[in-house]
Write a protein of this length. Structure first.
Length: 84
């Protein structure tokens, strides 16, 4: 028969600045996340404006030959900006 000896690890004290550093790191991560979300929302809105502008250019190009369809395209461009 063999014996196995298990030793409990020695207790380690938390470094003095660790809680403060963890809180500061969490605050920085939260700031970065909010900044990224705001940047992403702005870029998404600008993409929608660009796409709507392109659709309006197409509508303006066909307005003289098919005013009804051009009107539908202008309305679609307006709805696209609103995100609907």
């Amino acid at each position: 028969m063999s014996e196995i000896t298990l030793r409990a690890p020695a207790a380690v004290a938390v470094p003095r600045g660790a809680p403060w550093a963890a809180s500061a790191f969490a605050a920085v991560l939260q700031f970065v996340r909010k900044s990224y979300d705001a940047w992403h929302a702005h870029n998404e809105q600008m993409r929608r404006f660009d796409e709507a502008a392109a659709l309006r250019r197409v509508a303006a190009g066909i307005a003289h030959t098919d005013p009804s369809f051009a009107s539908d395209l202008f309305a679609a461009a307006d709805r696209h900006i609103g995100g609907r």
